[in-house]
Design a protein around this ligand. Sequence first.
Ligand SMILES: [Zn+2]
Ligand SMILES: [Zn+2]
Length: 168
Amino acid sequence: MNQKITIKHLLRKISPRRRAYETNRQAARVMIVREVTLCAEDHGVLVGRIAIKDQRRSWGSCSALGNLNFSYRLLFLPPCLRRYIILHELAHRRELNHSRRFWVVVADWCPWYLTAIKTLRALERSKGTSLPVLRAFAPLHAATCPYCIDLMQSNNEHTATVGSVERI
Ligand SMILES: [Zn+2]
Ligand SMILES: [Zn+2]
């Protein structure tokens, strides 16, 4: 079979969703691994493997062994929401459930967690897990959110990331 036709045929079979994932997975991995490492050191918890997935129903998860899964869409979230999701999963290294004790840890590590949860739920209700919605939302939110501004000031690289997310 003609090589060109084969490649064309293969490309046609990849959905836009799959392509967006393939395009952004590596950038998401770099950012998430960096931030998880930083936060884990900060709070003195050990983590296992970090996997970046295309999961729409969940932003992140943590196994009993400390293996972490994150949606590559974290790459497109504003800093305070991304940080909340990472700290939430890391808090599971202390409490592997959603007990009161778990939320005490989260509140201690991430004082804006209630606002973050509310914003994430609102995003999910407004199809906010689709990349165009996230791309429009993140810079607008980050420009006026005191938590995002704080995080960006404490780490200038976040500013660069919010401003220059890769186009598909
Ligand atoms: Zn949880
Ligand atoms: Zn924010």
